[in-house]
Design a protein around this ligand. Sequence first.
Ligand SMILES: Nc1ncnc2c1ncn2[C@@H]1O[C@H](COP(=O)(O)OP(=O)(O)OP(=O)(O)O)[C@@H](O)[C@H]1O
Ligand SMILES: [Mg+2]
Length: 232
Amino acid sequence: MNTESFPDAIVRARALALHFDDGETQALDGVDIAIRAGEFVAVVGPSGCGKSSLLNIIGTLEAPTTGEVFFRAQPYGGIRDPSLFRRQHIGFIFQSFNLIPTLNALDNVVVATIGVPGAGSDQVARARELLEKLGLRDRMAHFPNKMSGGERQRVAIARALINTPDLILADEPTGSLDSANSAAVLTLLTDIQKERGLTLIMATHDPSVSARADRIIHMRDGKIALPQDPAP
Ligand SMILES: Nc1ncnc2c1ncn2[C@@H]1O[C@H](COP(=O)(O)OP(=O)(O)OP(=O)(O)O)[C@@H](O)[C@H]1O
Ligand SMILES: [Mg+2]
């Protein structure tokens, strides 16, 4: 794909490679992408094809072995404080939730606002509001080990949204949810996408999720693939 083709791209990546085990594992192998601001993009492909690797690099959690990434015009190499950059611009919904076990649901959401300029005392109210919208009104004081997988996943979604990010990176965000909760989470995310021009990049195995995306990026063996590419 021509990565110059979207002048309004929020994320642009060129020739990304991510190698492990001295190059033996090529999690990513020459990926070019451009994501438009406000777009909902689903990233699909078989287990191990590189979806999480791509999201982790876009989220500045992992540095590519080679290649370049830009957030708007900003090259990732020039970001001085990646942790602050993430909290200001990116909401991450991890495949494994990554909740803090010693904090209850409400505090797991509020903790994401620490150190973010402009995050005031209303963050607790906002966290409550988000958790209520996600159907967790009665779970705010619960600790992660006292919640179901689906409840933990929804706490992780509230945490990703609390700082009103420009970009949500979601790795199988509905993987632990039943169809009713999965639909509610998708509706919440797509409502915010439309209201605020939020950009959503979501790795998913669920065809009912990718069907709601503006665009689907297919991956195979660390590369962008065409949808009709046959399975190996
Ligand atoms: N830290 C690591 N060390 C070695 N290999 C890794 C590491 N992380 C990922 N890999 C490998 O890189 C490849 C891509 O992994 P990745 O997690 O990006 O796949 P995925 O598409 O997200 O899969 P899934 O659908 O199962 O979540 C896999 O072969 C995986 O085993
Ligand atoms: Mg993955």
